[in-house]
Design a binder for this molecule. Sequence first.
Ligand code: SAM
Length: 392
Amino acid sequence: MPNFHTRSLKPLHYPCTYHDTTFHWQARSQKGNVLVLATCRGETFMLRVLPKEASGFLVKGDKVTRPTQASFLQKALIDFRDASDAHVSHSNIEPKKFLDVRCSAYLKEIDFFADAFDTQKEIWVEIGFGSGRHLLHQAKKNPHVQFIGLEIHKPSIEQVLKQCELQSIDNIFVIDYDARQFMEFLSSNSVGRIFVHFPVPWDKKPHRRVFSAAFIEEALRVLHVNATLELRTDSDAYFSFVFEQMMHLSRADVHVKKNAALEITSKYEDRWRKMDKDIYDVILRNEQASPDKERIGRLAFDFHVDFAKVREAFEEILRRGEGFFVHFEELFTIDEHSGLIRLSFGANERNEKCYIFIDHATMRYLPERVLDTKSNRAAHTLIEEWFHGIRH
Ligand SMILES: C[S@@+](CC[C@H](N)C(=O)[O-])C[C@H]1O[C@@H](n2cnc3c(N)ncnc32)[C@H](O)[C@@H]1O
């Protein structure tokens, strides 16, 4: 991430514009951390200024409100550095470094699946595609199918995006998202196959496994009748765990195969085969249609609150519910009527970060696209409870 260290910063008078960037306001927390709202090249996001004991300040982009291009952030940092006469001691924002960041048409943000995803094609999903050998092979072989590839390992994502471009494959959407939370975004009865090949077994932390009773239930909801959820694993423990979860389902039929050959093998599979390990396939076939489910919307507040009261009541707290949490991390003050609360919240496995922006009694999330998923809604209810005593 682009950033610079400086021994000093001249205070700016907000709002002000310097070259390509308008700086709207700054907000300061009790810890001395500062947020600066900036608009550069049509996008609005924040910079963070963090005091460093030995060396002045570290100035960098705010990860929560980041722009679509790292080069916009880089330009805003350069403008902030020059507008505030920074005496830079270390920097990685020289022009060449971030300018050629590539946006891939194959890579989708989660909002795409909440708002725009609509296809007449059959949908197949691969979870944890790793090197992508199987995903790319299936996509080439089945051009009538729209593939969704889920992965949380960034180098694997980069590698597959590059291959999609090199091989001109146009029926894959890649998303960097935890598979356990993703199924919620798919319509009921819309998917033909879900592949989960060699998931991490997590023998010591089973709650981190992709498979759970809740995951299987959501998978069955999105599968159409006769569609399949397909696990391939070399782990005896994972196989037994999944088989046990599936045995009691009345709406689906389970098949198990041992050491069946696939047309394409992954690096993992090649390794296990060399070691003569057994490989299991567990195939769950859905037998029932599911009720429709509404598209996921956005969460918002429908009450007002005075910032002065928020400032008085604020303390750093962590609240937990079943499978989700809310952490009120830091309060930032812009002036007596406005400020922000930095929050992390959502499902235990997926830590979302955002701000609540309070401006003359109105309240909104920043960024405004906090999705109305099950765990976010549960966290939102806890957040609303926190405001209960002080809201209008
Ligand atoms: C052992 S690798 C297998 C990769 C590939 N399927 C193969 O057969 O070679 C497991 C992959 O799942 C990904 N993964 C783990 N947990 C995940 C999750 N909750 N959601 C999406 N991907 C996940 C990991 O990043 C990793 O690339």
